[in-house]
Design a binder for this molecule. Structure first.
Ligand SMILES: Nc1ncnc2c1ncn2[C@@H]1O[C@H](COP(=O)(O)OP(=O)(O)OP(=O)(O)O)[C@@H](O)[C@H]1O
Length: 366
């Protein structure tokens, strides 16, 4: 069993850090619960591998603690942490057979050969490697090798968590889908905590029950794929999740009016009050392209925009709409009228998010 707790954890690669921007991991608290299927999602350089290496013990954090089931494991070397790590590139012994590769971690800790056999056969069965057991690892395809890498982690009976660092990078696109499903199956069968690192939102949401979105060394949101989509708690999450990402309008209050540039937006009193209470000039309204209502004629509470472009994507279109100084994206499903030049947009209150200094402020209008 392993619940992994990160307590006031921070890491810098610099000897003399000057400020938060010098930290690959900015101080964070986080819990991965026992048995969860998690993804760690974020762009290149946000700190994903650093975090994984700290959990597995390959790297010592500059400050803070890694705890397994409440016990501080900072002083434990990787081999004593009961954690397996699967990297981008398969780690296999080319000259050994698949069987011996899978058996290696067990033989290493002097497991009786009868038990080794049982475990290797069980894991080979799950990974669909039974037919390859006698082959030399060097003759395998990239995806088969990666399956052997995963198998070497899974075969160990003491493993309570597996960390995957972009494990499908070298896999053909057609096979990625299959391997991801396999990982889910393994997760269900073995009751192991799994943390899957990726920069691909689709990969994250098909694997994980909960996703931690990382940005500039911080976890800016930890939630289900649906929560990340419907209520991004940071502008980065809004922008990074979804295709296209969330629209953001810089807004300011002038008298009673909420202005986006020189366009007055018809918003609820609750939202206007929340904007008035913001203690920053960095105030944005966010709305997903899916939630903007696009009408050909004016409706109550609509604003006028120019249609700049309409991209046909088969079952829907993505419109580019100019609203003063902003260009918004809106998704219009097949069969709905697509205005040619001028559109009338409505932003449903419960779909508008308020962001002050990039963090979402709850308004309570639902
Ligand atoms: N060994 C190192 N020495 C110095 N700086 C490093 C080292 N490893 C990573 N960094 C820096 O730390 C930050 C986080 O890097 P990290 O590799 O953890 O990010 P990542 O999200 O895993 O990116 P990628 O997806 O590209 O691997 C980056 O600014 C990176 O340049």
């Amino acid at each position: 069993m392993a619940e992994i707790t990160l307590k006031s954890l921070a890491h810098t690669y610099l000897a003399e850090p000057m400020g938060p921007e010098d930290y690959a991991i900015r101080e964070m608290d986080h819990v991965w619960q026992q048995g969860g299927a998690y993804a760690l999602l974020g762009p290149s350089g946000c700190g994903k591998s650093t975090l994984l290496n700290i959990i597995s013990g390959l790297l010592q954090p500059s400050s803070g603690e890694v705890q397994f089931d409440g016990c501080n494991v900072n002083a434990l070397p990787p081999e004593e942490r009961n954690i397996a790590q699967v990297f981008q590139f398969p780690v296999v012994y080319d000259t050994m057979s698949v069987y011996d590769n899978l058996a290696f971690p067990l033989r290493n800790v002097k497991t009786p050969e009868s038990r080794v056999h049982e475990r290797v056969m069980e894991v080979a069965d799950v990974l669909e490697l039974t037919a390859q057991l006698k082959r030399k690892a060097r003759n395998l395809t990239a995806d088969e090798k990666q399956k052997v890498s995963m198998g070497r982690g899974l075969v160990r009976e003491d493993v309570t968590a597996i960390l995957f660092d972009e494990p499908l990078t070298v896999i053909d696109p057609q096979l990625k889908w299959k391997l991801r499903r396999k990982l889910k199956e393994i997760h269900r069968r073995f009751n192991i905590t799994m943390v899957y690192v990726t920069h691909d939102q689709l990969e994250a949401s098909t694997f994980a029950d909960k996703i931690a979105v990382m940005y500039q060394g911080q976890v800016v949101q930890f939630g289900t794929p649906r929560e990340l989509f419907e209520r991004p708690s940071h502008t980065f999450v809004g922008y990074f999740i979804g295709s296209p990402g969330m629209n953001f309008l810089d807004v300011a209050l002038r008298g009673e009016a909420v202005l986006a540039g020189d366009v007055s937006l018809p918003v609820s009193g609750a939202l206007r009050d929340a904007i008035a209470g913001a203690r920053s000039s960095n105030v944005k309204l966010g709305i997903r392209p899916e939630f903007i209502e696009v009408h050909a004629d004016p409706v109550a509470g609509s604003v006028m925009a120019d249609v700049e472009d309409a991209q046909d994507l088969g079952t829907y279109r993505i419109l580019s709409l100019r609203l003063g100084e902003h260009v918004l994206k809106a998704r219009v499903e097949e069969g709905r009228v697509v205005p040619r030049r001028t559109a009338h947009l409505r932003f449903p209150d419960n779909r508008l998010g308020l962001y002050v200094d990039d963090f979402r402020v709850e308004i309570g209008h639902e």
